[in-house]
Design a protein around this ligand. Structure first.
Ligand SMILES: Nc1ncnc2c1ncn2[C@@H]1O[C@H](COP(=O)(O)OP(=O)(O)OP(=O)(O)O)[C@@H](O)[C@H]1O
Length: 758
């Protein structure tokens, strides 16, 4: 109740001083003055009965880091937080700045609760230097300070003055040097400068002096003492116990509790020590002894949940929660109206800061630039240059017994003046050495003929991978063919002798399919030539099936035109997914996201900027791909190019959202890479560019149809090859599926983040 009565006293005091003044806003004035007085009286930070656990309650990794911890940091003081590595200092600080949440207990910072609207924490009232450097590697020294300055809404002039001051105070490296080119100690100094840049009300510094030389450490402590004397509150963690002599209060954290919380001189006196290290050693020994006693007690009472109470810090612990009633209610010290306006005016600055940061990050990262701009170009070029053309120069073994039986052998085939077709008196055609004509047709279609003596040798040539196929012409090929054509009733041996036999290497689907097609085409032109020479109707030689001009597409469909829509959709989806997940994960792992959030940047602001920039990059990629495909490689499109572009753009946005999902789900690049690779392959395999969906089992076909690439690829093909419009089902379903996937992925991200937060 002590502090409640103090508030009452202040209230009366202010009221008395204003008494008699006839002011229409007297009540408001009283409130504001009470507020200001209260503000000065309210501690900067109050932590009450804080408990924080990591891990799953029933798992092996369950760990209590803070256990009923109480802490108080007065305004305008320096609080040195000490403790062994892993004792929970960083955890406590991140709870104070509102980035982590306690499992139980309360924290008030500058009169409000961290994370509450209008509290300014996280936000401009705090300067936070995390343990990791948490600066974008592509920043220059100046960029790093300006980034945070802009977030806090500082003007260019203020920033310039502050930069000069901090440069000389902290002996910063040259302004234009990149963070990635600095030593660890230099990076730490820049990181400290970034926390000090806006001269905040509360400074939270996690090991700012590690690795710095004693002179500079001294200089930093002097500066902290100076700002504390001007009303700034400072919480600082350090491993150098000795330097905390300059702190107003020291807290020693051990086993989740503060062993002591007092001024350095008082600690030395209480523990009858000459150095702080000696005092802390004594405290630790007493705590160990106390823990042992408690454990014995708890074993006797069979109560495993008993948390050992520190017997040392009882006097520094708050006597009761009532003592902090004033603090609990002191949220009123935040003049909400002013604060709301203040934050609003800085939103523009935050957007500007994050926008400039993202551009610098992107533009100064050669890998990222190459990946985003050059990669789509290279992929499209690789696809159009490599895919869709007929194979050329395929070797085929030919055994021509008909030619080999003659003295000149296959040279007979080169004799152009040789009569191959003669019409006898009965008006029947006699054929001679027609096998040569067939071989001619094969060579006209770019097959390379290797003459071999026997079928066994020819098959061995295929088996040894010297040729892709073997072709056999029997000894009586031409004469048997004459009989076969002239007289439909022929013996089996005549039928056999007039038949060309082919053996193929069928392991390569595309090549074997191409060879079969080539043989059939060679046969067709061979028979037409023969019929023509014989004075007969050429059509007799053709199959009695007439395939007319197609309704859609070409008689000789181009593989590249079929595959291009799927390939373009895949590329435009893949790139933003990888870029987004990489940027998001690296920002998070490097601590940039966390630090920006403590400075007051909201996640949605980061996302808006990323979405804006990434959308711009996707527009560029879409244009780049379309220009290359449609103009560079003459890819035909019968439909609207604008609709094609829109669908590609939408897929790019889908890829970006997938990148968000990867960054939300994955804690490291490796996991994100595994998931990305593991999911892209099935999506490509099932989208129909490699094999038609009609060949899949029914259930799988439905799964394939629902995947992000499949329907959009089909819609793009409809647009390009059939000239369909967006009002037709086959086109707008692709847009619909893309939008549905974007909505689904964003919903999962949202739920995941919400679940994680809770
Ligand atoms: N996200 C987390 N999940 C699980 N355990 C964690 C997590 N963060 C920290 N810990 C554990 O909590 C304990 C306290 O960690 P914390 O980083 O707060 O210690 P610290 O006192 O700051 O250490 P140091 O001085 O080495 O930086 C450590 O044992 C650490 O392994």
């Amino acid at each position: 109740m002590k502090r409640s009565s103090e508030m009452e006293r202040m209230y009366k005091e202010v009221k008395l001083s204003l008494f008699g003044r006839c002011h229409e806003n007297a009540r408001e004035l009283i409130n504001s003055q009470v507020s200001n007085k209260l503000k000065m009286a309210t501690p900067a930070v109050v932590v009450e009965r804080a408990c924080k656990f990591y891990g799953n309650k029933n798992g092996n990794d369950y760990k209590a880091v803070l256990q009923n911890l109480d802490m108080i940091v007065e305004r305008g003081s320096i609080y040195g937080l000490l403790g062994a590595s892993g004792c929970g200092k960083t955890t406590l600080l991140s709870c104070i700045v509102g980035r982590r949440h306690l499992d139980s207990g309360d924290i008030w910072v500058l009169g409000g609760k961290p994370g509450e609207k209008g509290s300014g924490v996280p936000g401009p009232r705090v300067g936070y230097m995390p343990q990791d450097i948490a600066l974008v590697a592509e920043f220059s020294v100046r960029d790093a300070l300006y980034y945070f300055g802009r977030i806090y809404g500082m003007s260019a002039q203020q920033l310039s003055q502050r930069f000069d001051f901090l440069s000389s105070l902290l002996e910063l490296p040259p302004a234009e040097r990149f963070i990635k080119q600095l030593s660890g100690g230099q990076q730490r100094r820049v990181s400290l400068a970034a926390a000090l840049v806006h001269d905040p009300e509360l400074l939270i510094l996690d090991e700012p002096t590690v690795g710095l030389d004693p002179m500079l450490r001294e200089k930093i402590w002097d500066y902290l003492s100076e700002v504390a004397s001007r009303g700034t509150s400072v919480i600082i963690t350090t491993h150098y116990i000795d330097e905390t002599k300059q702190a107003n209060t020291i807290g020693l954290l051990r086993d989740g509790q503060l062993l002591a919380q007092d001024s350095p001189s008082e600690i030395l006196r209480r523990f009858d020590s000459t150095t702080l290290e000696e005092a802390f050693l004594k405290m630790a020994l007493i705590q160990n002894e106390s823990n042992r006693t408690n454990r014995r007690r708890s074993t006797l009472t069979s109560s495993p949940d008993v948390i050992p109470e520190s017997s040392i810090a009882d006097d520094s612990r708050f006597q009761s929660t009532e003592e902090f009633n004033v603090v609990t209610s002191s949220r009123d010290v935040l003049t909400k109206k002013d604060n709301a306006l203040d934050l609003k005016s800085k939103r523009k600055g935050r957007y500007k800061a994050v926008f400039i940061k993202s551009i610098q990050q992107f533009a100064r990262h050669p890998g990222g630039l190459m990946f985003s701009i050059l990669f789509p170009m290279l992929q499209v070029m690789a696809f159009f240059s490599a895919v869709g053309r007929d194979p050329k120069g395929l070797h085929v073994a030919v055994v021509n017994e008909e030619a080999a039986s003659l003295p000149l052998g296959i040279d007979m085939c080169k004799m152009d003046n040789l009569t191959r077709v003669a019409i006898n008196e009965e008006h029947i055609c006699d054929y001679y050495m027609l096998s040569c004509w067939f071989v001619d047709e094969m060579e006209n279609r770019d097959l390379v003929v290797n003459y071999i003596n026997s079928t066994e040798e020819a098959k061995t040539a295929v088996a040894n991978r010297h040729t892709y196929g073997a072709v056999y012409f029997p000894l009586n090929f031409s004469s048997s063919l004459s009989l076969r054509v002239a007289d439909g009733y022929v013996e089996d041996d005549v039928a056999n002798d007039s038949t060309i036999t082919v053996w193929l290497d069928m392991t390569d689907h595309q090549i074997s399919h191409f060879l079969k097609r080539t043989f059939l085409k060679s046969y067709e032109s061979f028979t037409q030539r023969t019929m023509r020479a014989c004075g007969m109707n050429e059509d007799i030689a053709k199959l009695p099936v007439r395939i007319k001009t197609p309704i859609f597409g070409e008689l000789e469909p181009e593989m590249v035109a079929y595959m291009a829509p799927g390939v373009m959709i895949t590329i435009i989806y893949f790139l933003p997914a990888i870029v987004t997940s990489t940027l998001m994960i690296s920002d998070r792992l490097e601590g940039v996201w966390e630090r920006s959030a403590v400075a007051g940047v909201q996640p949605k602001e980061m996302l808006h900027v990323h979405i804006t920039l990434q959308s711009f990059v996707i527009v560029l990629q879409t244009i780049e791909m379309m220009v290359l495909a449609f103009l560079g490689y003459n890819l035909p499109s019968k439909g609207s190019l604008v609709t094609c572009g829109l669908l590609l753009f939408l897929q790019g946005i889908g890829g970006m959202c997938y990148g968000f999902l990867l960054s939300v789900l994955c804690s490291s690049f490796t996991v994100a890479f595994f998931i990305a690779t593991g999911s892209f392959y099935p999506m490509i395999l099932l989208c129909g560019i490699l094999w038609p969906l009609e060949g899949m089992p029914t259930a799988l076909r439905y799964i394939a149809l629902s995947l992000p690439f499949t329907m959009p690829s089909m819609s793009l093909r409809e647009l390009m090859m059939k000239g369909s419009s967006i009002t037709e089902y086959n086109v707008y379903i692709g847009f619909g599926i893309s939008i549905a996937w974007i909505a689904l992925i964003l919903a999962i991200c949202f739920l995941r983040l919400k679940f994680k937060k809770s």
